[in-house]
Design a protein around this ligand. Sequence first.
Ligand SMILES: *Cc1c(COP(=O)(O)O)cnc(C)c1O
Length: 388
Amino acid sequence: MIDAEGLDAFSLITAHDERHAFDAVVPPIVQTSLFTFSSYDEMLATYRGEKTRPVYSRGLNPTVRFFEEMIAKLEGAEDALGFASGMAAISSTVLAFVEPGDRIVAVRHVYPDAFRLFGTILKRMKVDVTYVDGRNEDEVAAALPGAKLLYLESPTSWVMETHDVGALARLAKQHGAVSVIDNSWASPVFQQPIGLGVDIVLHSASKYLSGHSDVVSGVVAGAKVLIDKIRGESLPYLGGKMAPFEAWLLARGLRTLPIRMKAHEASALEIARRLQNLEVVETVCHPALGNRLPPGLKGTSGLFSFIFREGVNIRAFADQLKLFKLGVSWGGHESLIVPGEVVVQQKAQPNSAQAFGIDPRSVRLHIGLEGTEALWRDIEEALVAAKI
Ligand SMILES: *Cc1c(COP(=O)(O)O)cnc(C)c1O
């Protein structure tokens, strides 16, 4: 949990310099594609790299830069870079560090579209991916020699496996591999991987960083030399840069991130505990149930899954819920449900329920901000209709 001192630090981070914005308490959106020069000489100096200033918003935009600086501070990183989506952040990061013939190591059950990036574009580039159980450090160590990149996600998508991120980052360092982690689930409020020794942390900012389900974007943070490599070698040509309006919405969302995360945590944990006590539930996959949180994970968010026993009509359960809506993504104010039996039938390739660890009798819940008791009542009422 973030303490009072942490919250104070947070408000300093989300403050901005009002001198440049007519004393406005909210920074303006610099909604422009290009920036003009006052003279030939200024243009020339900028092209020669003697002067750094905005030229074109695919490169540098002040609103996007404001958001990037907030994230760099929150993650304890030297620099950050905003992207048009979480997948743009993931693909631009991975593609900046691999060449044909390289190999990367990834924990199993990574975000499904990251798995598909590895199984399609990376495969065509002749980059091999070795999947490992991130809980087994011997297995990770055995896979690392010769690998360029260690790709982490903790907790993992859907099944919520947690890892000792610091220990895995140390193993990557020993073997000269760049470590990368998808930190979307925990957000910097509950996990700051740079401080645990990870080289690069990335987010789908479409989730908790935005928090209002009105943004699709991503962000990457790390040491300046690593971020510069992505900024110089992949982002400009793949072109998935964050737009100013999204950056502005994200800067707004970040102001309430700690209190939103605490509310998601408390509500989700209570609902997970109650589900665990139900006869019809076999297992609840929530990092705080059953075991202690791994080192470095300071809290839990609103996303978890559970597995129903036989004899529950999952279709009826999902259709009967009123507050929980059927919908992908998560991290907003609203509660959501995704049935595993739908996901395992997804047409996208490569697809493998086994690779994602999705049990067809599982459902994934995102616990929003509607209030624990109202959400629990919704679940109980839907279960009445779902028991056959
Ligand atoms: C949603 C998500 C992504 C992809 O982000 P987009 O913004 O949808 O491109 C990556 N990782 C995780 C864990 C996600 O939940």
